[in-house]
Design a protein. Structure first.
Length: 132
């Protein structure tokens, strides 16, 4: 069965805590989007609701599929902020331009620093507070 995804998976390696009603275990997110992730290190039954804890952020999730040591999860609320979203954005920016999702702007280089604003006035030579 092939599932059409809303966004391209971004490969990451993020250690997280998985919290269920009965226990807390360790896992590792190996690919991530705003809508879900693949987690290695454990497998919960399909349909299980649980929480992902990462640096003080709690993400509510649902196990969509599971194997012995990995599972695919859907976030109940789209990932739009917080530490896990920041890691996703950093990983996305580190991707080569060829791997960027369609419609995503690519930065060819760092932006140039802004020039001093003159507001239409002629610029004066010299330093602040001194006339030369």
């Amino acid at each position: 069965m092939h599932v059409q995804r809303q966004a391209k998976r971004i490969e990451v390696d993020i250690p997280v805590a998985i919290v269920t009603v009965l226990e807390t275990t360790e896992g590792s997110i190996v690919d991530l989007t705003e809508q879900g992730a693949q987690i290695h290190g454990l497998g919960l039954p399909s349909g299980t609701r649980f929480q992902i804890e990462y640096r003080g952020q709690t993400i509510f999730a649902l196990c969509r599929w599971s194997e012995i040591d990995r599972m695919g999860v859907k976030f109940l609320f789209e990932l739009v902020d917080g530490p896990l979203h920041e890691r996703l954005m950093m990983a996305r920016m580190a991707q080569p331009v060829d791997d960027m999702p369609a419609g995503m702007p690519a930065m060819a280089s760092a932006p140039a620093p802004l020039a001093a604003r003159t507001f239409g006035r002629a610029t004066l030579g010299g330093s602040f507070g001194r006339r030369g």
